[in-house]
Design a protein around this ligand. Sequence first.
Ligand SMILES: [Zn+2]
Length: 449
Amino acid sequence: MTGRAWGVIAMLALAIVAGTGIWLRCEGVPPEIRAPEQIVIGRAGTEVNLGATDPRSGIRDITVRLRHAGGEATVFHESYPGTLPTGAVTKPGIPDVITKLDPKALGLKEGDAFLIIEATDWSWASMLTGNTRVLEVPVRVDLKAPRVSVETGLTYVRRAGSASVVYRVNEDASHDGVEVGEAFFPGMPLPGATDGRRISIFAVPRNAPADVPIRVVAEDAAGNRGTGSWATRLQERSFDEVPIRLGQAFLTGKVPELADALGLDASDPVAAFQHINSDVRATNEAEIRRIVARATPELAFKGGFLQMRGSAVTSRFAEHRSYLVDGKKVSEAIHYGYDLASTAGAGIEAANAGRVLFADALGIYGNCVILDHGLGVTSLYGHLSRIDVGPGDVVTRGQTLGTSGATGLAGGDHLHFAILVGDTYVDPKEWWDAKWVRDHIEARLELGP
Ligand SMILES: [Zn+2]
């Protein structure tokens, strides 16, 4: 072949390469935009998380505008570095765009609006200006807080005790209930009521501050928060200080046995006890909160709760225990239940009607049953030697759940009985008292139908 022919081939090859390059850089696919399908802006504003990708040329710029009754405002604009021959520096996407939509700053009024997101790529298409995709997201501006009206009058509640309140919220709330300081007790439909009234059974946690605020709160989908206060009186009480001496039999018998079952090192029984009484206890308490979170609102209990038949109280609710070895304090704990003892292997009965939430081994509580009584009230039965029910079983008041024992962290055969309202332990004494249940809970439930 002559030199001239070689030249032609080289030119052709160059033209093909250049043509392919131009064709590639001229691609006509616009960017993909990731955005919520719908946005609700509340009084406090809303953060919107957006993204854009363009695998072939990369993103060149993004503009986000809000079109509303009062006009249009650009809420975000950014150009991303790149060159025409190579496209964007960062391909295929850009870092997430987080833009805050503040109704005050934007002068928004209640009603509908649109968020318009425009993304352009680094393609040579459209006379080198690139491909553009426009996405419109419907926006609802809701600046009104839910209005809460409390129907219950003056309410007395004891420290570590329970109470209830009936209230109404003027719009659908995504979250409502009673706040007692940092504790929250969800509201539920008042059984039998057809007018949207709600009930919340709540409690004042043992360690709540003396002036803990108690109020009904309701939050709507836009995050607007309404609150309702009413007259409440917290009745103070004190709790027992109880020293517990750990004997050799317990330290060399029960502790290694429990440590073994939990897969822990028991070469130093005091250290093993300390670990079980603090870390294992905390893990078990966290699991109990996960279990009671599965409780359903459906009311099942009726009347007072049953106290274990023919039992003696060996330890009361919420006492502060100090554990001593040879006169030296090695650990401490709050005892969030009652210890009730009768004969060994005594029948353990459901304190009230409900549904079995849990029936299995649970660390320091040994073989344990947890019942859901509805409206956020659950009961716990620990240290059983045998369990006769399974998860999901519906039980009647007084139905046998199993037999008492000394499984878990127990020095002898007894029942550890506890009641929770939401995820707060409460004094079972109130719930054992049929008159208290009638006056403080059922009187409010009767407002329903
Ligand atoms: Zn106990």
